[in-house]
Ligand binder design. Sequence first.
Ligand SMILES: [Zn+2]
Length: 254
Amino acid sequence: MTIFDSHTHINDPAFTTDLPDVIKRAHAWGVKKMLVLAGDGASFGRLQQLWQLDNNIYGAAGCHPEDAVRFNTTELDELAQKFKFPQMKALGEIGLDYHCSVEPKIQQEVFQQQLELARELNVPVSIHNRDAFEDTYRILKAAHVGDFGAIMHSFNGDTSWSKKFLDLGMNLSFSGVATFKNAVEVREAFLATPLDRILVETDAPYLAPVPYRGQQNEPGFTRLTVEYLADLRQLSVEKFAKQTYQNTLKILRI
Ligand SMILES: [Zn+2]
């Protein structure tokens, strides 16, 4: 079994005590590779430590919309510098979160600056969108993200939105949310997405899939989402795992 967890935060303090075990369990579940996203200096430091533990761990960094207020040109330069490490494969997570209290105008500006940086560096972006479909779509479209590649992390919209993002050349990543009872629209969108544009992820420590919903998530649980989604698609687990693994290698240029 080869599974790629395309979005996880095992650099989160929630994991500091049992990291080697978390990685071991992930391998036991067939999760061979993972992309770990860092949002600040401390989490980037922990990401670098992870590279010492396992060379199948890749990195991403970016300013999350919740932190947009502190972003400035110095931070933008520091972000660019992080991409000198060969393990760095994506810029993210970046995007818009209208659920949080940061002024949308500030979020949009920081989002756009980082999309420009991704274009300069020619790296794909991992996109966070919460309650901000219209503006996220408008900004991604204007940035021509298809040129450098983009992943909609933990896609949580309906089929009309999935089609629009797919038309921009994006990949859609599905998390444990797709296994939640009320996520009917997300499952419809999943079924309407071409197989070669689908990624899977945990977003650990958040969004644990059924039957662990509400508990601390970890990369190994990507397996449960893969099993659930393969079944929806009436594909073998191996085949679906392999396809999403290869899609992830392709978008991250590994
Ligand atoms: Zn995340």
